[in-house]
Design a binder for this molecule. Structure first.
Ligand code: ACO
Length: 326
């Protein structure tokens, strides 16, 4: 059966490192508070690079890792909640810079689950026979979406990009199973407003809508733990496997405590959950691609290893993918 397999990964982080001590010079917080509540020690913050700049660099590395010419890409999907502009899409900007002249391109919004949604769409296009090679990028400059005077949110996030290239394969390795979900009734847990409605038929209101991330932290925490546990159970039962058959879980890098509580609830050893949020914070749609690429660079994945990728985020959205490394 024709299915989708990962043939290349890439990631890119801005050089500028902002530590928790740097953060404590901006808002009333401390390294001790941030580390004990979240596991985050530092994050990368753009000093001028845009989301499409980060996305382009990650994409270039993924193409080189896959040994694929950009002209062989059929589709580019960029998952982001911090695009350069509503139009053109980040994906179209990247398409032009890569010289991917044969690719269709679009952005998608599924917050921190964006890369998983993008990979699910890519897998469907590949399985249907419509496309052969698809680049999926998760890229964010969340630093521009933060209220830098709000210590409850600004300490959590960072900038970065991760990318994967999916390709059609007849081998047994590749994406084995996918599950996606959304719950719009919890939309107020995480918000990032866009341009408010304004036109000649609307009286100007007094309210100024700030284009910053707001969050109900404890509700998000509970949603995240539930999503990880429910999705992993669902994926494993669909594939008739147990967690002993899985080498690693790459969960969205939001908070170490979320991952530890989920691991304990599932009875899965912490060591199976890859963690790099201490270095980069929460880069939303980018975290899973960055983590996967770091594991590839460290040679942690061998052919035949089963891994689970799992995302959860604003919307609220969640999704997970079980795959066999090739
Ligand atoms: N430094 C110091 N004190 C702080 C900070 C900070 N950065 N932020 C909040 N506080 C204070 C609060 O003001 C409050 O003080 P008070 O008791 O005097 O009122 C106290 O710490 C406790 O605040 P809580 O919000 O109750 O803290 P909590 O223990 O819930 O931890 C946290 C907050 C870390 C955000 C937690 O709720 C959490 O991890 N939630 C998950 C959210 C998450 O990870 N979001 C990432 C984005 S979502 C996503 O990617 C899906």
């Amino acid at each position: 059966m024709r299915h989708a397999t990962i043939i290349g990964t890439g990631s890119y982080l801005p050089d500028n490192i902002m530590t928790n001590d740097d953060m404590a010079r901006l808002v009333e917080t401390s390294d001790e508070w941030i580390t004990s509540r979240t596991g985050i020690k530092e994050r990368r913050i753009s000093t001028g690079e845009t989301t499409s700049d980060l996305a382009y660099e990650a994409a270039t590395r993924a193409l080189s890792n896959a040994n694929l010419d950009a002209k062989n890409l059929d589709l580019i999907i960029c998952a982001t909640i911090s695009p350069d502009s509503f139009m053109p899409s980040v994906a179209c900007i990247v398409q032009e810079r890569l010289g991917a002249i044969n690719a269709a391109a679009f952005d998608l919004t599924a917050a921190c689950t964006g890369l998983i949604y993008g990979m699910a769409i890519a897998a469907s296009f590949i399985e249907s026979g419509m496309f052969q090679n698809i680049l999926v990028i998760g890229a964010e400059t969340l630093s521009k979406t933060l209220d830098w005077s709000d210590r409850s949110t600004c300490v959590l996030f960072g900038d970065g990009a991760g990318a994967v290239i999916l390709s059609a394969s007849d081998q047994k390795e590749g994406i084995m199973s996918i599950t996606l979900a959304s719950d719009g009734s919890k939309q107020d847990y995480l918000c990032l407003p866009a341009i408010p409605l304004s036109n000649p038929f609307i009286e100007k209101g007094e309210d100024v809508i700030k284009p910053f991330i707001t969050m109900k932290g404890q509700e998000v925490f509970k949603f995240a733990v539930r999503s990880i546990t429910d999705m992993i159970k669902k994926l494993l039962s669909k594939a008739n496997l147990s967690h002993n058959d899985v080498k690693y879980v790459i969960a969205h890098q939001a908070n170490q405590r979320i991952i530890e509580v989920a691991a304990k609830t599932l009875g899965i050893p912490n060591e199976k959950f890859f963690i790099n949020l201490d270095k980069y914070g929460n880069t939303s749609a980018a975290t899973i691609g960055i983590a996967l690429d770091e594991m590839v660079q460290k040679d942690m994945l061998q052919p035949g290893d089963r891994i689970i990728l799992i995302g959860f985020g604003g919307g609220m959205t969640s999704g997970a993918i079980l795959l066999e490394w090739s």
